[in-house]
Ligand binder design. Structure first.
Ligand SMILES: Nc1ncnc2c1ncn2[C@@H]1O[C@H](COP(=O)(O)OP(=O)(O)OP(=O)(O)O)[C@@H](O)[C@H]1O
Ligand SMILES: [Mg+2]
Length: 347
């Protein structure tokens, strides 16, 4: 079995690292998991503005967890990416290899020389006999920037994945593949990644530019406190401190965020009539804000479950169970990445 990578999720608020040992039948043993904050404005809109801020956080994490392995899998998301299902004339795998970049140009607003293209034949055909492909185009500039920052931290970036697919892989590793229609939503600080699965495959993906920062910004604005104070108040409330002022603000902001998610869910449902979502699974650090899961539940009218990606995994003895339970949701993307093998691309 090919050796797997260290999953390294470079987020705008924190770097997350997961190391696993893959077992048989999709099982894994968790060897390491850690989180290291990055300074504000280090990564903005998916662009790395402060390389040394990321490098220092990554180095600190590798040192603290005493990790020697250098091969890492990274994820990109947001406006660096376009993911689309397209139809192309039926052709052989060799012809696809040659033709897809040209075909892609009709479907993406970028020059084909500026993007890395990847695709997967989905097996479907339309009435005209054309093949259905899942097309992924990622801006080379962003892919190179993420790889470069890993190299600056003395690592070998061997896989650059799409965050939405890492979310799916992390979920399936933790909960098993399902034929049910489920919405996976990873809520970070500045970005949320949605992947709706149907019949065991990804039927809809979208990155929405909202996340936990919205809560912090609103507390700051309404209560006239600093950003650091607002962040601390949000975390305190989420961990059980029942301040009514903070609670009211979080409920209000959560409604706005849930409304954004619902637009994506409605869009998916409008193109998949006769389908209903059976459950929403929440990951990411902001899954921990209780009013958010309540607001999503109220809007989508389905049960919302906060993911615990490491819940059923065998764990190395040095790992702290309580830490994994409370912070596990934040590790979802890095778990998906950790299951990748060198040479894997996107899907
Ligand atoms: N205990 C907690 N209570 C409330 N919010 C929390 C808690 N722990 C983390 N968060 C929030 O989760 C967010 C960080 O989550 P995560 O690490 O998934 O984001 P990120 O990957 O850094 O961000 P992005 O993907 O948007 O770049 C922050 O907004 C942080 O305030
Ligand atoms: Mg993130």
């Amino acid at each position: 079995m090919a050796k797997n990578c260290i999953g390294l999720d470079l987020g705008s608020s924190a770097v997350k690292l997961t190391q696993v040992k893959k077992g048989r039948g999709g099982t894994f043993q968790l060897l390491n998991f850690g989180i290291e904050p990055v300074p504000p404005d280090t990564i903005v809109d998916g662009a790395i503005l402060n390389h040394s801020g990321v490098v220092e956080a990554v180095r600190a994490l590798f040192d603290r967890l005493k990790i020697k392995q250098k091969e890492v899998a990274l994820a990109i998301s947001g406006n660096a990416l376009i993911i689309k299902k397209i139809f192309v004339p039926a052709m052989t795998p060799e012809e696809l290899e040659e033709q897809v970049p040209w075909e892609a140009e009709h479907h993406i607003p970028f020059n084909k020389n500026d993007v890395e293209i990847d695709y997967q034949a989905l097996g479907g055909r339309n009435a005209a006999g054309q093949m259905e492909l899942l097309l992924v185009a990622a801006k080379k500039e962003v892919v190179n920037d993420y790889a470069q920052v890993a190299r600056e931290a003395s690592l070998h970036p061997v896989v650059v994945d799409v965050a939405a697919f890492a979310v799916q892989n992390g979920f399936e590793a933790a909960y098993g593949a399902t034929d049910d229609v489920v919405a996976l939503i990873n809520v970070g600080a500045s970005l949320s990644t949605i992947n709706i699965l149907a019949g065991g495959t990804s039927a809809f993906t979208r990155d929405v530019t909202t996340g936990g920062n919205a809560f912090t910004d609103d507390i700051k604005r309404y209560l006239g406190v600093s950003g650091d104070e607002a962040e601390a108040m949000k975390v305190a409330f989420s961990e059980g401190d029942a301040s009514q002022d903070v609670g009211r603000i979080l409920v209000n902001t959560a409604n706005g965020i849930a409304g954004e998610f619902q637009k994506s869910i409605d869009f998916f449902l409008s193109s998949h009539p006769d389908t209903s979502i059976s459950r929403v699974y929440l990951g990411g650090g902001s899954a921990r804000v209780p009013p958010l899961s309540q607001a999503i539940e109220a809007r989508a009218r389905v049960a919302v479950e906060i993911m615990e990606p490491f819940k059923n995994a065998a764990k190395a003895p040095h790992l702290d169970d309580a830490f994994l339970r409370t912070h596990g949701a934040q590790g979802l993307v890095s778990l998906g990445l950790a299951l990748r093998s060198p040479g894997d691309k996107f899907q």
